[in-house]
Design a binder for this molecule. Structure first.
Ligand SMILES: Nc1ncnc2c1ncn2[C@@H]1O[C@H](COP(=O)(O)OP(=O)(O)OP(=O)(O)O)[C@@H](O)[C@H]1O
Ligand SMILES: [Mg+2]
Length: 235
């Protein structure tokens, strides 16, 4: 279980995130929906220890406080991030990118086993191991980025707009893989603008607007809610 409470982030005078709180249970898929500039990446970066939070914030994973740890220790504690824009090593092969994900001492010895898990979730990657990552399609690169995060043997996976730049069909292929990650007990939190497709695979969701979490509900409730229809589903 991950519990995020009272997380605020300031960039200079700009309060980009204000007292954000949310929770995700083991094996759950939760989506945070928000439009451009709402604070989605800021929320994710705060959880991953990549931006400084204001005093009073706490992020606790299975009882272990993460908010005072440096970013690499947060990964070691089981929270893995797939950043916006993927950030692959584009001149290296798929295989090399995946292996770089297993950089921690506790994951290095399990790299082969972890890679088998990645192939179960994304069978396509097994045939593409020798391909240079930068030559793959956007959807395939996103699979590599998620695969690389899975190589850290995470208990919790954070995805920053995985559907960005992908055609609806590729997004759907990618999203369909997420439940198979969650069934093994790894929780997934994704932030998205793509509400329809993300809610269709999520258990629950939150809404974020101008740095503030303004609503929450089950995926079904949010899909049916008038507010979400208006703001995100073009209805
Ligand atoms: N390093 C920074 N310095 C100053 N302001 C920033 C910085 N990073 C983000 N911001 C501002 O904080 C707000 C939230 O940004 P954030 O990147 O979290 O939004 P987002 O919801 O991820 O948007 P997008 O959907 O475009 O990725 C925006 O107004 C943005 O301009
Ligand atoms: Mg963003």
């Amino acid at each position: 279980m991950l519990e995020v409470s009272n997380v605020s982030v300031r960039y200079g005078h700009h309060l980009a995130l204000e007292n954000a709180s949310l929770s995700v249970s083991k094996g759950e898929i939760v989506v945070v929906l928000g439009s451009n500039g709402a604070g989605k990446s800021t929320l994710i970066k705060a959880m991953a220890g990549l931006v400084r939070t204001e005093p009073g914030a706490s992020v606790v994973l299975d009882g272990q406080p993460l908010h005072k740890l440096p970013a690499h220790r947060i990964v070691d504690a089981g929270l893995a991030l797939v950043p916006e824009g993927r950030h692959l090593f584009s001149t290296l092969t798929v295989h090399e990118n995946l292996l770089l994900g297993a950089f921690l001492p506790r994951t290095r010895d399990r790299a082969e086993e972890s890679m088998e898990r990645v192939f179960e979730v994304f069978p396509k990657l097994k045939q593409r191991l020798a391909q240079i990552a930068g030559t793959m399609s956007g959807g395939e690169q996103q699979m590599v980025a998620i695969g690389r995060a899975m190589m850290t043997c995470p208990r919790f996976l954070l995805l920053d707009e995985p559907s960005l730049g992908l055609a609806p069909l590729l997004t759907s292929e990618l999203f369909k893989a997420l439940p198979s990650i969650a069934t093994t007990g790894t929780s997934v939190l994704l932030v998205e603008q793509n509400s329809h497709q993300s809610l269709s695979i999520a258990d629950r969701g939150y809404l974020i607007e101008k740095g503030v979490i303004t609503g929450q509900g089950t995926a079904k409730e949010l899909l049916e809610s008038e507010e979400v229809q208006k703001a995100y589903l073009g209805g």
